[in-house]
Design a protein around this ligand. Structure first.
Ligand code: SF4
Ligand code: SF4
Length: 55
């Protein structure tokens, strides 16, 4: 199951540069993950300061 970013996201952008498949982009008020691209590596969850990404 692809990771998702919760509303806790503060749009810091740290996760986007860590994603190996560039699945993360800035959305409306928070960052979003393209479900079809995510390979579930967990890198985004590892760098997020507020624990917003989860699967
Ligand atoms: Fe990208 Fe990995 Fe996060 Fe999926 S789990 S969005 S592949 S960093
Ligand atoms: Fe949002 Fe966390 Fe990504 Fe920062 S690292 S943009 S707070 S999901």
């Amino acid at each position: 199951m692809a990771y998702k970013i919760s509303d806790d996201c503060i749009s810091c952008g740290a996760c986007a540069s860590e994603c190996p498949v560039s699945a993360i982009s800035e959305g409306d008020g928070k960052y979003v993950i393209d479900e079809g691209s995510c390979v579930e590596c967990g890198a985004c969850a590892g760098v997020c300061p507020v624990g917003a990404p989860s699967n």
